[in-house]
Design a protein around this ligand. Structure first.
Ligand code: AMP
Ligand code: MG
Length: 323
């Protein structure tokens, strides 16, 4: 069973922080926080075999140190990605309400140069968006070469909320004869083809499903109700959707099972402990970018006499005085 295999692997690969805990040198290999959660082939995927409350052998303090080390690596990798200007990176964040999508994005990307990143939060489609095919609004939001694009929710909602609520599909005004019982299978195929197309054009795609338990969601909703500062996050609609929990889980099971591929893998992130979710997400991004290995452009040797000439000219100029 995947769940058992996963637990064994996690323990075997758990981070050894040494006797001094935080002060011990952090190993560079973070694969123990990536591999157990990655789904590159959905054929045998079972969402219920993935734990929500894993800690990967860490405590909060160790997790914080790993997160910080990952942020530093990510900062440098992002600079190289930008300078290289060939690859783009698409990070997709999905999960039930209160799974921690917003805070995961905030904490993992903290410290990365904002000029190299774009975040898009996808909401209920506007009437203009509904006048197009369902991938249109995502296509125009895709990251340029050299940049990291973050989708907070995404076209995956088209397989989830739209499936749980058929009335949303009706609003899309797709010609009736095209809406058959095959529509979800067709969307799985269309999304997989779209992602394969993007990958073939130089987009690295990493998808994260923040896997929160129903009980943890209950606790987080209660916290939002208890704290006036969190009331803005609370929506009565979220409680109604909670009532449809099983339908959402079934839709996710089917969607992840059909759209997990080597070029656009899903990561089932245990999300009951936010601090561990951040370790998994940041480790996954760092490892994938290191594999990409973007390079600073090589300086053209022929240009260096030109540089010498400009340097001499600048040195010869009288220092400019402020007016
Ligand atoms: P939040 O992320 O909490 O701000 O909520 C955004 C809302 O937009 C959620 O209720 C989503 O289900 C909804 N949403 C996002 N994408 C779509 C879509 N393609 N079709 C319908 N609803 C969507
Ligand atoms: Mg919400």
């Amino acid at each position: 069973m995947r769940g058992l295999a996963y637990r064994k692997r996690t323990r075997a690969g758990a981070f050894d922080m040494g006797k001094n805990g935080a002060s011990a040198k952090l190993p560079r290999d973070v694969s123990a926080f990536v591999r157990p959660f990655r789904v590159s082939d959905g054929a045998e995927f079972r969402l219920k075999h993935f734990a929500t409350a894993e800690k990967g052998g860490l405590d909060k303090e160790k997790a914080q140190n790993i997160l910080q080390a990952n942020r530093e690596r990510l900062n440098e990798l992002q600079e190289r990605l930008y300078a290289d200007d060939r690859w783009s990176v698409l990070l997709i964040f999905q999960g039930m309400d209160a799974a921690g999508k917003d805070s995961a994005i905030e904490h993992v990307m903290h410290g990365v140069n904002p000029q190299g990143c774009d975040v898009h939060a996808f909401k209920v489609p506007t009437s203009k968006e509904l006048d197009h095919d369902f991938l249109w609004r995502s296509t125009v939001a895709l990251p340029e070469r050299g940049r990291i694009g973050i989708f907070n929710r995404s076209y995956y909602e088209e397989l989830i909320v739209v499936r749980v609520h058929p009335e949303i599909l009706a609003k899309q005004r797709i010609p009736a004869r095209l809406v058959t019982k095959n529509i979800w299978r067709e969307r799985f195929e269309d999304i997989s083809s779209f992602e394969r197309y993007l990958a073939r054009n130089g987009t690295l795609i990493l998808k994260f499903f923040l896997n929160v338990s129903k009980e943890e969601q209950r606790q987080r909703f209660l916290e939002r109700l208890d704290e006036p500062a969190k009331w803005w996050k609370f929506s009565m609609g979220d409680v109604a959707e909670r009532g449809l929990w099983d339908k959402y889980q079934a839709a996710w099971q089917d969607a992840i099972g059909h759209t997990s591929t080597p070029h656009a893998p899903w990561h089932i992130v245990p999300a009951d402990h936010k601090w561990f979710a951040r370790v998994v997400i940041s480790s996954t991004i760092v490892q994938a970018l290191e594999k990409l290995d973007p390079q600073f452009p090589k300086v053209d040797k022929k240009a260096s006499p030109e540089y010498d000439r400009v340097r001499k000219a600048l040195l010869a100029e009288a220092p400019a005085t402020k007016k």
